[in-house]
Design a binder for this molecule. Structure first.
Ligand SMILES: C[S@@+](CC[C@H](N)C(=O)[O-])C[C@H]1O[C@@H](n2cnc3c(N)ncnc32)[C@H](O)[C@@H]1O
Length: 216
């Protein structure tokens, strides 16, 4: 038997060893490993959150933070960042006099990092990072709410905010607007854009069946 024939035979044997069942096992193992990385590293703490409501971590850019904060300038009262990541929006809110400033986050690594950042910024004990599912948080005493979350969760989030926030509350969304709400103002372009919504106006427009636009 020559070398070429031997190589062919070896190839056939390898193929047979893996076979259909082997390929299936390999695919299952790869899927399981990918899920383990997703669950343990990227989304720890999210076991009880339905998959369609899970939003991965992506920090706001410096310009995005500046735009969100500019849309909250001159305001006061309790401020919450829904899905606070490393705490950058909460810390900026506190520095801007929006107090108390609270972040809701489920990822324990990010919670730890946010607390470390607060300590480093000299804000230890003055801001709160709560390990709480934002969908279960009671927002009825929040007057300023910041959200940088995926477009897919905006409709259920809009329903929650409409049901819970006081009329005087302002919601500022970074990067993705609320598709069915009319913003009071907006700042920035492209990925840095942020939209401000005043709940009283959002409710008024909803009653009138208004189409989205900018009211100011
Ligand atoms: C796109 S990141 C935004 C982080 C931060 N707000 C910022 O602007 O830099 C979304 C964050 O929401 C968190 N998150 C997603 N779903 C959540 C939930 N149900 N409860 C609490 N936090 C959640 C994620 O862990 C992630 O850190």
């Amino acid at each position: 038997m020559d070398t070429e024939a031997l190589d062919e035979l070896a190839g056939q044997l390898r193929g047979e060893a893996l076979g259909g069942r082997g390929l299936l096992q390999l695919a299952a193992a790869t899927g399981l490993a990918a899920y383990a990385v997703w669950a343990a590293v990227l989304m720890p703490g999210f076991r009880r959150v339905p998959l369609h409501l899970q939003v991965p971590y992506l920090p706001s850019s410096a310009q995005q933070v500046a735009n969100v904060m500019a849309l909250l300038r001159g305001r006061s009262g309790k401020t919450a960042d829904l899905g606070s990541g490393d705490g950058r929006l909460v810390l900026e809110a506190h520095k801007q006099g929006l107090r108390p400033a609270v972040g809701y986050e489920l990822n324990p690594w990010l919670l730890w990092f946010a607390k470390y950042r607060a300590w480093k910024a000299g804000c230890h004990g003055q801001v709160s990072f709560l390990k709480q599912d934002l969908w279960k948080a009671n927002l009825s005493d929040c007057y300023n709410v910041t959200v940088f979350l995926a477009p897919s969760v905006k409709p259920p989030l809009a329903a929650k905010l409409l049901a819970e926030l006081p009329d005087e509350a302002r919601v500022v969304a970074g990067r993705f607007p609320f598709p069915s709400w009319t913003p009071s103002s907006t700042l920035g372009q492209g990925l840095e854009q942020a939209w401000a919504y005043d709940m009283k106006e959002v409710r008024r427009m909803a009653r009138c069946g208004g189409t989205p636009g900018v009211t100011a």
